[in-house]
Design a binder for this molecule. Sequence first.
Ligand SMILES: Cc1cc2nc3c(=O)[nH]c(=O)nc-3n(C[C@H](O)[C@H](O)[C@H](O)COP(=O)(O)OP(=O)(O)OC[C@H]3O[C@@H](n4cnc5c(N)ncnc54)[C@H](O)[C@@H]3O)c2cc1C
Length: 394
Amino acid sequence: MLIIGGGIAGASTAYHLALHGHDVTLLERGDIASAASGVNAGAIGALGWGHTPDLEAHLTMGSLEIFQSLQLDLGYDIEFRQSGSLQVIHTAAQYAYTRDRVQTLQAEGKRVEFLSSREARGLEPELDPDLLGCMYMPLRAQADPKKATRALAAAASREGARMRTQYAVTSVTQRADDLYVVEAEHDTFIATHLIIAAGAWCAEVGVWLGVRIPIIPVRGQMWATEPLPPRVFQTIASAQSTMDWQHEPGNDADTPPQLTHRGPTRRTRHLYGRQTRDGSIIFGGDRQLVGYNTTPDPEGIEVNHTHAAEALPFLAFEAITRTWAGLMPFSLDGAPLIGAIPQRRHLHIVSGLASSGFGRGPMAGKLLAEALHTGTPLAVLAEADPARCVTTLG
Ligand SMILES: Cc1cc2nc3c(=O)[nH]c(=O)nc-3n(C[C@H](O)[C@H](O)[C@H](O)COP(=O)(O)OP(=O)(O)OC[C@H]3O[C@@H](n4cnc5c(N)ncnc54)[C@H](O)[C@@H]3O)c2cc1C
């Protein structure tokens, strides 16, 4: 089986296929985790399995278990910490929205709590005392994205997968006998099964095979302070975008839901961040359609810095020492694509993990590997079925 893409989705798929005893080769054009999987914030979302676990619960809770196992059982230091997360509330409207949301999630059996500002400051002393409260998500966690993705790749190698870096795939064809011929810079590979895990570049691979894969690049950008003594303990988010996107997701035929901008115009402010083990405080939030441009937008960085300082006032006095950006693979309907692409035999995809693919990628790869190993579609993957949106190119 051959996998294109050495981000967290591809690395996890390789690891779990190898664990099932399959012969696996992964081709990555840069290093492992050289795209989104290496530059993300390292926030791991998890609200619990709930009373009736759906795909989201499987992806987040299953991934959480894989991260835990890498750190605690398999001997990889990925800087994993089950830190919990606080989503801060700035306005009366956000307060009312978050109270309802917490009640709904609790009724579903999810692990969330509504905290007063005072209670939240007991967990996170630097929070602004003027905040109106917080949603607390105790299962949420964090890890170093590069180390975690590379640990999955190393675990895959340990199980016998061939992980080939600096192998850019330049074309793919399928022969009459259904075998795939994959041309890479240094070599040609023949494979029985092809798995597309190429993140924001999946559509390009699809074109070689005559299919339209509706995944488009969305730029995410971040900033960091210099290393500071420990001051931020959870991952920190804000209720503003969650509430705005609930009222108006903003998607249409060419635009995925839950972006911060429409064209150059800002629709909302989004916020996520944490303090890394080296002491740097890192924050980000913007999600913008700008093609494959990975130059950070300074204006958006400043808006995000201000937003972060509204949660943690000391950040207003900390200079930004570094900015960066990466491309998130958003599907047009916002749901992941995990499973078989029906237009071609033995063609599969694991992508569309959007803005939370670090926290969901490990389980996405594991579920795809299970479906491939058993040869049976998994019921839990029904809502991620690529058949709903992949079309034949005319
Ligand atoms: C700034 C930022 C912050 C984020 N923060 C978070 C967060 O806190 N938590 C979270 O859960 N998610 C976060 N995300 C989202 C997350 O990073 C992505 O959803 C996830 O990394 C996608 O993983 P992937 O493996 O699908 O894609 P990628 O990591 O992009 O991997 C795809 C790989 O395919 C390779 N490739 C493409 N084409 C070819 C080819 N032709 N030949 C060979 N190789 C090829 C690329 O080089 C790349 O390495 C963030 C993203 C960004 C950009």
